[in-house]
Design a protein around this ligand. Sequence first.
Ligand code: ADP
Ligand code: MG
Length: 348
Amino acid sequence: PRYHGAVSIQQLPSLLINQIAAGEVVERPASVLKELLENSLDAGATRLWVDIDQGGLQRIRVRDNGSGIPREQLPLALARHATSKITSLEDLQRVTSLGFRGEALPSIASVSRLSLTSAVADAQSAWRVQVEGSADPSAAEPAAHPIGTTVDVAQLFFNVPARRKFLRTEKTEFSHLEEVARRIALSRFDVGMQLTHNGREVLKLAQGDTAAARDQRVGSVFGQGFLEQSLHMQQEHSGLRLSGWLSLPGFARSQADLQYFYVNGRMVKDRLITHAVRQAYADVLYHGRHPAFLLFLEIDPELVDVNAHPAKHEVRFREARLVHDFLFRSLHRVVAQTRAGSVAATAP
Ligand code: ADP
Ligand code: MG
């Protein structure tokens, strides 16, 4: 029976507020890893160590050698809407960090047993705080840790059985985790990364930003076959810069799985981008075949809105037409060259 009495509006408790936000930001273990790695990169880390147990359901741990978090700020890092990355609307409109919402850590903490350990330069000691699916972190305790941060997320969704039910097998969840690690690894050639699963080494990428080191990383992540059957390209026009690797038509795949696109270092999925690439390849690919690419677009941050989605997978371009046409023209030129038999696609 419907109740027709006066409504009673109540402020929700903060744990529940965080859990509601977690519903958007933390879909599965891989989303946790993405947020943690983005935080490490924003903290200036040049090395990342990732340890996963049981497809991330038991544990997702990320250690970095970034700036660290001072002791007195540890509770703030776990507080909702607290961030060191923006302070004003102007900052938001030209944000260059990967994070800015101040939501990831409190959301993750509300659905897991999380510990945050960090050391900053010149501090006597490292400090650790813990949260067990509650709203309030424990008091900071001294810990041993080199300069940088470790976030340890254990027993994800232990207090949200409904969410746990939607998770797939350990193997499937790990493949999503690995995908996130690859995407991040390809966004920053200057950052080293190690990944283990159940104690076994899965990925080990040395840092190195020379052309040879970049090729090597692309080969080990996308496969040697891609590297051999792709062209490196670079184009610039009216403040837009596109660079990266593009498969030759002969390398076309039956799935659109090797399609990585970054806007100012942020991996995005975007209809406009997909459309421009598709059009560029239209003449050379059979129906149902997909090109592979790894492309980086650099654009004035004020011309992209990155605040379009809680998980930040999507962006909006202020001048969508201009971006689309630039992508299409740049890619089409390279693709056309491959048809003409010329392989010298790298711009002079
Ligand atoms: P956001 O990244 O949007 O700011 P998060 O909840 O992901 O929000 O993180 C909150 C804050 O905690 C960050 O703004 C940052 O100051 C700090 N932080 C999180 N992870 C790290 C890390 N690995 N190294 C240094 N600081 C971190
Ligand atoms: Mg973040």
